[in-house]
Design a protein around this ligand. Structure first.
Ligand code: AMP
Length: 216
């Protein structure tokens, strides 16, 4: 399986990718997670990217294409991948296309996770992450008591809010999505790769819709 999950911040790309990786046995490649790991490690990339991320803007295309090229060369990506948060611009989509053609692994589908803006805002302001295991909760829709904290792995989850999930930054991120990433919907539609999933409502129901879209 070689797919892109496309959608605004808060559309559930990460949550759904997590559910697909076990079934399809391919890695989730989240550029947001890769960048956050670089920030946490204090690497040169992390130091460079942090201010851009905190401002809700996009890290430059050349850097992102370098990260993806390296990640897709890792052995676990040989059987496929679920891209989450990449590509986010036309330049990145062109670069990805060229890279995948080079390695003979073209995309099979691009799934648009469709959610209206009001819902996105609510999801993003409510999002909390467990510092120990990285599991993501939502204070409105998936609070940490249901199911039990971190599936029982962390007895006392320490939840934190991503710095870029502050109300001030969310507006900027949604604006950046509209201007720079939304054009990819047409880009992939014209290439015959786009499938759209209604990504509102119950998480299990969305997973079922997503799997149906992938089978189609
Ligand atoms: P995410 O977790 O996907 O919402 O990404 C968090 C932040 O990381 C974004 O707001 C950007 O600053 C940066 N980022 C992640 N993926 C990309 C990408 N493909 N291109 C540019 N910046 C990115």
């Amino acid at each position: 399986m070689r797919i892109v999950l496309l959608g605004a911040p808060g559309s559930g790309k990460g949550t759904q990718a997590q559910r697909l990786i076990d079934k399809y046995r391919v890695p989730q490649v989240s550029t947001g997670d890769l960048l956050r790991a670089a920030v946490a490690a204090g690497s040169e990339l992390g130091l460079r990217a942090k201010a851009t991320m905190d401002a809700g803007k996009l890290v430059d295309d050349a850097t992102m294409l370098g990260i993806i090229r390296e990640r897709l060369a890792a052995p676990d990506a040989a059987r496929g991948f679920i891209l989450d948060g990449f590509p986010r611009t036309i330049v990145q989509a062109d670069g990805l296309g060229a890279l995948l053609t080079d390695i003979g692994q073209p995309l099979e589908a691009v799934v648009l996770m469709d959610v209206d803006t009001e819902q996105l805002f609510r999801r993003l302001t409510g999002r909390r992450t467990c510092r120990s295991c990285g599991r993501v909760f939502n204070v409105y829709t998936a609070p940490p008591s249901v199911p039990p904290p971190c599936a029982g792995q962390c007895t006392t989850p320490e939840l934190f809010q991503r710095p870029d999930d502050s109300e001030a930054t969310i507006g900027k991120r949604l604006e950046v999505y509209g201007a720079q990433t939304r054009p990819l919907i047409e880009y992939y539609r014209t290439r015959g790769l786009l499938r759209t999933v209604a990504a509102e409502g119950d998480i299990d129901v969305v997973t079922a819709r997503l799997e149906a879209a992938l089978r189609a």
